[in-house]
Design a binder for this molecule. Structure first.
Ligand code: PLP
Length: 408
């Protein structure tokens, strides 16, 4: 008990040392892009998401380097649902495969001519599976009925079928509902069902969750996958292993985390590959797939909003802005990193005062920020950093249209 209390106090202390200002350098730089941002803001109404592809390219470069150094045979797939507004961007089409989780997303990837599509998710319609088989996409099967569904349409194409595995690690806090469990032998049973149905399994897939700051989780998952491969004599059969996403960005930690750190992307890749190398030391290694979402896009996009109203009560500035919690649904998940800029886009610094920022809907709880910020004037801009992941795509269209996304 004493040990537990000390541990949680230490965790709390670590969390309290978290300083969001240290991370501003990872986001859209207002001072370096002032003229480009001014041009956009002169043409477009707020609220508006403004993104910087250079930041995406930097994350992509770091991930690519880590994969090249540690494995060589790899492919990066962008997880579409993180942000749909950027899938038409040529940088995405030219550099990533598409990772999709529904028939709607599958069609989007086809329409945008992505070279390869990885089809995941618990609900794949029969017609979308048929199309994915025709296109020789990668299909990661989530449950037993999907095996029999694909068996109906699988006339020995080159389609790669994989099993999504359900893995428990020492760091697992909540058991996943997805995939075939290694622990209770569902995965072995799935291999047998696939064999009976002439569905050749050539891949294994996991997605351990989002925002995972602990690389040990990937290491343990890689060990469990390796043991599964060896035990079931799959080394020659397995052509790809897909480790999903979950790599963190530089945004604030989720509200429910007591401890937080941001590993370098190479730490994740090393955690995975050092373990896999123990099984795959022959020349032809399987393709290592990763499906990053927030790691690629969260830092790169910031929302710009303006002030609708300001009042002072009990020495607190109460601001109503022209965005809302429905345009930034991630507000429920973690605290925002906000900067105040004057009309000329100079960032305001100086003494911070107690501030509450309300959204523009008629909901009492449309509260976007509570904390300390410099004094805000009605002509200022609010800049909501690291809003590129799961805001645009989860936007509810409630009362207002969803904001546009424009790249500088
Ligand atoms: C199967 C799968 N792959 C990849 C991702 C992307 O995750 P993240 O945004 O944490 O990188 C998700 C998101 O939940 C997912 O469900």
């Amino acid at each position: 008990m004493v040990k537990f209390i000390i541990k949680s106090l230490l965790n709390k202390a670590h969390f309290l040392n978290w300083n969001q200002d240290d991370y501003l350098k990872y986001f859209l730089s207002i001072s370096n892009n002032k003229n480009k941002i001014k041009t956009i803001l002169a043409k477009e109404n707020t609220p508006i998401f403004i993104g910087d592809t250079k930041i995406i390219a930097q994350r992509h470069h770091d991930l690519k380097n880590a994969l090249e150094k540690n494995w060589l045979n790899y492919q990066i797939s962008y997880s579409f649902k993180t942000n749909y507004s950027i899938i038409e961007n040529n940088y995405f089409k030219n550099n990533f495969w598409a990772e999709v989780v529904s028939a709607k997303e599958y069609l989007l990837a086809e329409k945008n001519q992505y070279k390869n599509i990885i089809f995941n998710g618990p609900l794949k319609t029969e017609s979308s599976l048929k199309q994915a088989i025709k296109n020789n996409s990668i299909i990661n099967l989530d449950h037993e009925s999907e095996i029999t569904k694909v068996a109906k349409h699988n006339n020995k194409t080159k389609t790669n079928f994989g099993l999504r595995l359900n893995i428990i690690t020492d760091q697992t806090t909540q058991k996943s509902r997805f995939g075939f469990s290694i622990e209770n032998k569902q995965a072995e049973k799935a291999l047998k069902i696939a064999k009976i149905n002439n569905v050749s399994i050539s891949g294994l897939h996991i997605h351990l969750g989002t925002n995972i700051p602990n690389c040990k989780k990937y290491q343990q998952a890689a060990k469990k996958i390796s043991d599964f491969i060896v035990k079931n004599k799959l080394t020659k059969q397995i052509r790809y292993i897909d480790f999903g996403g979950g790599f963190v960005s530089h945004a604030n930690p989720p509200n429910d985390r007591l401890n937080w750190n941001i590993p370098d992307i190479e730490e994740y890749i090393q955690a995975i590959t050092t373990t896999l190398k123990q099984v795959f030391h022959r020349e032809k290694k399987p393709i290592l797939l990763v499906e990053p979402g927030r790691y690629l896009v969260e830092d790169a996009i910031s929302l710009f909003s303006r002030i609708e109203n300001k009042k002072i009560e009990n020495q607190t500035q109460l601001i109503t802005t022209d965005t809302s919690i429905n345009m930034l649904p991630i507000t429920h998940y973690r605290k925002h990193i906000v900067q105040i800029a004057k009309e000329n886009l100079n960032i305001k610094t100086g003494k911070k005062i107690k501030t509450i920022i309300y959204g523009a809907t008629c909901q009492e709880d449309d509260i976007l920020f509570e904390g300390y910020l410099p004094k805000i004037s009605e002509s200022d801009y609010l800049i909501w950093h690291a809003t590129g992941a799961y805001n645009d795509s989860m936007n509810s269209n409630f009362i207002f249209d969803k904001p546009k996304t424009v790249f500088i």
